[in-house]
Write a protein that binds this ligand. Structure first.
Ligand SMILES: Nc1nc2c(ncn2[C@@H]2O[C@H](COP(=O)(O)OP(=O)(O)O)[C@@H](O)[C@H]2O)c(=O)[nH]1
Ligand SMILES: [Mg+2]
Length: 254
């Protein structure tokens, strides 16, 4: 064994230990290794496997501007009040030019960046198809191993994009909002496929009531929110908890 691979092996063990201890810098570094397809990233991942972990992985999906980030911000605060460690993975499916959306998310989440119990990370999909890159799945595993109890995965899209998210999330929340020009009819097929909870956000806006009425019979659970004011957040928390209870009863989570 060469000197350098010996050193790498030691790094791998140390990094795995730090991740398991919940060190956010180690978590960040490992996710970067994974994003860069670094072999050491895979080696560390392999060392994280342990007894079954029970993070709630909540996929939040919907068109850009629907209010996903604002909702996650509110939900994160609510889960923090419950004493849970929270992580947010925002998957950027947009072109690098529109990176402003991610910056906006950062600013919005700023209050949480001072809280060591919240970890926020943006991931690039690097042109892979589907709303969620393979690296995101690994990032969720890392966060779970690091002891985050609630992990949000924010991803753009309504429809086939979320098929990826279904496999990794224990609950999928689809966010719609009036005035985005989104076609409710076109959305229904996608919603029926993946949505366990549909949020009609921007309930303060015109058109929210008719959107909700139109969707109600198509989706298992519908919650109206005004994310900017925190309205409907307790109801959404309850809907998520209710869904998690069903999932637990069905024993679908490992
Ligand atoms: N009027 C209104 N605006 C909202 C609401 N929720 C979010 N917004 C605004 O909608 C815009 C997009 O929100 P954002 O959370 O970034 O959407 P995302 O692209 O789905 O993550 C922002 O300017 C928010 O302030 C709401 O309930 N009512
Ligand atoms: Mg967003």
């Amino acid at each position: 064994m060469s000197g350098s691979s010996l050193r790498d092996a030691v790094d791998v063990m140390a990094l795995a230990a730090r991740v398991k201890a919940g060190d956010p810098r180690a978590v960040s570094r490992l996710i970067s290794l994974i994003e860069n397809h670094d072999v050491n990233g895979t080696a560390v991942l392999d060392r994280l496997e342990g007894p079954a972990l029970h993070a709630e992985v909540i996929g939040v999906t919907g068109y850009p501007g629907a209010g996903k980030s604002t909702l996650i911000d509110q939900l994160a605060s609510a889960y923090r009040r419950q004493g849970k460690k929270v992580a947010v993975v925002a998957v950027d499916t947009t072109s690098p030019i529109s990176g402003g959306a991610i910056l906006g998310d950062r600013i919005r989440m700023q209050e949480h960046t001072l809280d060591p119990g919240v970890f926020i990370r943006s991931m690039a999909t690097r042109g892979t198809h589907g709303g969620v890159a393979g690296a995101t799945r690994d990032a969720v595993r890392v966060l779970e191993a690091a002891g985050y109890q609630v992990i949000f995965v924010e991803t753009v899209g309504v429809g086939q994009n979320e098929v990826d998210i279904v496999g990794m999330a224990s609950t999928v929340v689809t966010v719609v909002a009036p005035g985005l020009g989104d076609d409710v009819q076109a959305m229904k097929a996608g919603l029926l496929e993946v949505a366990q909870i549909v949020v009609v956000n921007k309930a303060d806006r015109e058109g929210a009531e008719s959107a909700a009425a139109d969707l109600k019979e198509w989706v298992p659970r519908l919650v109206r929110t005004v994310a900017v004011k925190g309205e409907g957040i307790p109801e959404l928390i309850e809907a998520i908890a209710e869904h998690q209870r069903i999932v637990d009863l069905q024993g679908k989570r490992s």
